[in-house]
Design a protein around this ligand. Structure first.
Ligand SMILES: Nc1ncnc2c1ncn2[C@@H]1O[C@H](COP(=O)(O)OP(=O)(O)OP(=O)(O)O)[C@@H](O)[C@H]1O
Length: 356
């Protein structure tokens, strides 16, 4: 692949490359809103019109080369934001720019500069061998031949796709298909990659392959990544910065450690001892929360390292095995929102008027 600075896929798309990343951000949102009009049948011949405020006055900037987690509970407005960033949806209000381009006005021009991966859907042709999807993208994006071959070779190697190129997409496992989708999103050298649940349903090995690849992509090519996920380890291993959205509003923007602190979240150290013993005498704030035979569960602050606790237990107890369990992302967010005094609200909809 070529460097991001040389532009995507050698296509002179005429995009405004001037100000992005300079005084403004590479991705910029100012007071962006998205309101959906929804009609609901409420009786015979009676319909009610409602407004759903999916995104509510969101402002943020992402600089070129950043990897940012964009997380929140179900229905928070994450996918709606991503769809506005790709130009699929038009904001109801506010200003939005990606690489200086207004996505909904210049969707085609933007398409040459962004890549999108939806974990739950594929952009590949289901019945065709994997490589045929790539050939179609080669034409669609008008990628020069030499660059296409160079990019394909590199992605095939990095993502371990060599033996899969001639396999019809429908025969690929979920992890193989995901790697195939990521390659498809990157063939045209996009400067920004939107990832919506890229590790959903993958086994541990596939998850770590995908994460490793994304880390390398970001480090080597400076690709800007906006990542939506329900897996806290995706964020932990990939993103220095995380944004939390809830009911369409931005509730937190900062490092993951800060999110843990705000939510006072805890990790769990699961310890197997040689035999059944009384609860381990752990230094506060760590404490035993469960004992079952020789196995004990200790909760400790997620923002702290497990190392001192492990060292102490290893020195004082007959330790056989141990593992650390990460807090559930929903639990972290729920605690953080609670600590901000954000009590659960009804769905973001308001009855506007009834129509017959
Ligand atoms: N096309 C649409 N028409 C009407 N309402 C919509 C539409 N798309 C999304 N919504 C509503 O907007 C809100 C935000 O949805 P969105 O899909 O952006 O959430 P999300 O954070 O991506 O959720 P999830 O984690 O479940 O994917 C929800 O209340 C949803 O029902």
């Amino acid at each position: 692949m070529t460097g991001v600075d040389s532009g995507p896929a050698g296509v002179d798309d005429g995009a405004d490359r001037g100000p992005d990343g300079a005084d403004g951000g590479f991705i910029e949102l100012d007071g962006v809103e998205k309101v959906f009009d929804v009609r609901k049948k409420t009786g015979f011949m009676k319909r009610e019109r409602r407004q759903v405020r999916a995104v509510d006055s969101i402002s943020f900037r992402v600089e070129r080369g950043e990897m940012v987690g964009y997380i929140g509970p179900n229905g928070a407005g994450k996918s709606t934001t991503i769809k506005m960033l790709t130009g699929i949806l038009t904001p109801s209000a506010g200003r939005l720019r990606v690489a200086g381009i207004d996505p909904s006005r210049d969707r085609t021009r933007l398409a040459h500069r962004i890549g999108v991966v939806f974990g739950q859907r594929t952009t590949l042709w289901w019945d065709l061998p994997l490589v045929d999807s790539y050939r179609l993208m080669h034409r669609m994006y008008r990628i020069p031949d030499a660059r296409y071959r160079e990019n394909l070779d590199r992605l095939v190697e990095l993502l371990g796709l060599d033996d899969l190129l001639d396999v019809p997409v429908r025969q690929l496992s979920l992890g193989q298909r995901m790697r195939g989708d990521i390659a498809a999103a990157l063939l045209h050298d996009p400067e920004v990659l939107y990832l919506d649940e890229p590790t959903i349903g993958l086994d541990v090995v596939s998850k770590s392959k995908v994460r490793e690849f994304l880390r390398e992509l970001n480090a080597e090519r400076g690709t800007t990544v906006l990542l939506t996920t329900h897996d806290l380890q995706d964020i932990e291993q990939l993103c220095k910065r995380v944004m939390v959205i809830d009911h369409g509003r931005l509730m937190y923007d900062g490092p993951l450690a800060g999110l843990h602190e705000a939510g006072e979240s805890e990790r769990t150290l699961v310890v197997d001892l040689e035999r059944e013993l009384p609860p381990i005498d752990a230094p506060a704030p760590a404490r035993v929360v469960r004992v079952d035979g020789p196995r004990q569960w200790l909760a400790f602050p997620a923002a702290e390292s497990a190392a001192p606790l492990v060292a102490r237990i290893a020195a004082e107890y007959p330790l056989v095995d141990l593992s650390v369990r990460e807090p559930d992302i929903e639990a972290v967010i729920a605690k953080m929102l609670h600590s901000l005094g954000d009590t659960p609200k009804p769905p973001p909809e308001q009855a506007e008027r009834a129509v017959s």
